[in-house]
Design a protein around this ligand. Sequence first.
Ligand code: ARG
Length: 459
Amino acid sequence: MAKLWGGRFTKETDSLVHNFNASLGFDQKFYKQDIRGSIAHVTMLAKQGILTEQEKEQIIGGLQGILADIENGTLIFTEEHEDIHSFVEAHLTERIGEAGKKLHTGRSRNDQVALDMKLYIRDELDETDSLLKKLLEELLKTMKEHTGTYMPGFTHLQKAQPITLAHHFGAYFEMFKRDRGRLHDIRIRMNECPLGAGALAGTTYPLDREYTAQLLDFDRATGNSLDSVSDRDYLIEFLSAVSTIMMHLSRFCEEIILWNSNEYQFVEIDDSYSTGSSIMPQKKNPDIAELVRGKTGRVYGALTAILTTMKGLPLAYNKDMQEDKELTFDAIDTVKGCISLFTGMISSMKFHKETMEKSAKGGFTNATDAADYLVKHGVPFRDAHGIVGQLVLFCIEKNIALDDMTLEELKAVSPVFEEDIYEAISLKTCVEKRNTAGGPGTEAMQKVIAQQEAYLKNS
Ligand code: ARG
């Protein structure tokens, strides 16, 4: 029965298998790194006398020609090649003949792909870091301009205590600064060169792995050939770090969406970062902030996918590991795009200082300070807490703020209150006197701003 369609089926299966197996569609993304790695490899082979100087020159010339032609668009990636490694090697041999066939001496695609991916991630890590730095510069600019812009600080999304916009942005500065720190740590740990590990067990050629490592700006060669071809830890660490960046961006976006709403009106996102509604003419939607928040999920997805792919793999290389690429590439493009757009959005955003200040004045954000006033006059904190609770009840009934109560009304609840209570609970005092290190007070904030400025200069 199989004979009825056997011939045709076999052919079709072959092409299905080829397509299923192939990775050129996506690993072409690191053609630069692949060629860079090959140039380092043949340079080392020639130094070790495994290739002649002439063969080395021929191969490097051919590889540079391939690189140039890919970049000027004359060399196109065609489907018959399985992956970027076979693509480059086939074209090399076509261009320079016999010498091209020697490129792969003492190397396997397993250590080659491990190298390419590492080089690619290392480049992308550096780019992500410089985008984060730009974002931090933008945040610091806003912080400097808004040390006196009062706003309510929240816990449980309820007004809690007054802070400043500089202080609020300062919190995100710390987060993105930690993100840069994480990238930095990963870079140090991952910076070992896997080339020379071969398929899994090294090679009998006298390779100088340290030399190759040096040519490719690695700190050293990896220490175990099995691990070299099967390690994707750095990728997991990197995806975890970019997931954390997305989580931070997403939280910030959530706040901006709230602040931009009609209910808050703390900020106004620029027209260039907003979109309209097809039906409601009055709408100006914070789509960019929403999309950044939304895209966070897909970056987490990439991290979960690679963790799951790796969890059951025996040593050393397994084809499953080819799945490390597409979602990672997508995650990287997503994160880089989100950081850039977010930076543009906040640098063009308008802050409504008066609305923020008015909001800070409502909601009894100075209640803690009223209690602290009593404590400073000898009332135990727990009693002071109770007294101010009564004041708040009184104010809610009359629909007034604590500052609006007369001294008689205050004294009726506690005789400790004197005229200086008004100064003690004014918004200015509540914010500007909070000078605990890391607090929103003017002095504390200026110190932090100076430190962050120095950090940006030196990093
Ligand atoms: N395309 C493969 C990958 O991305 C390259 C390594 C192939 N190695 C092999 N033994 N088939 O993982």
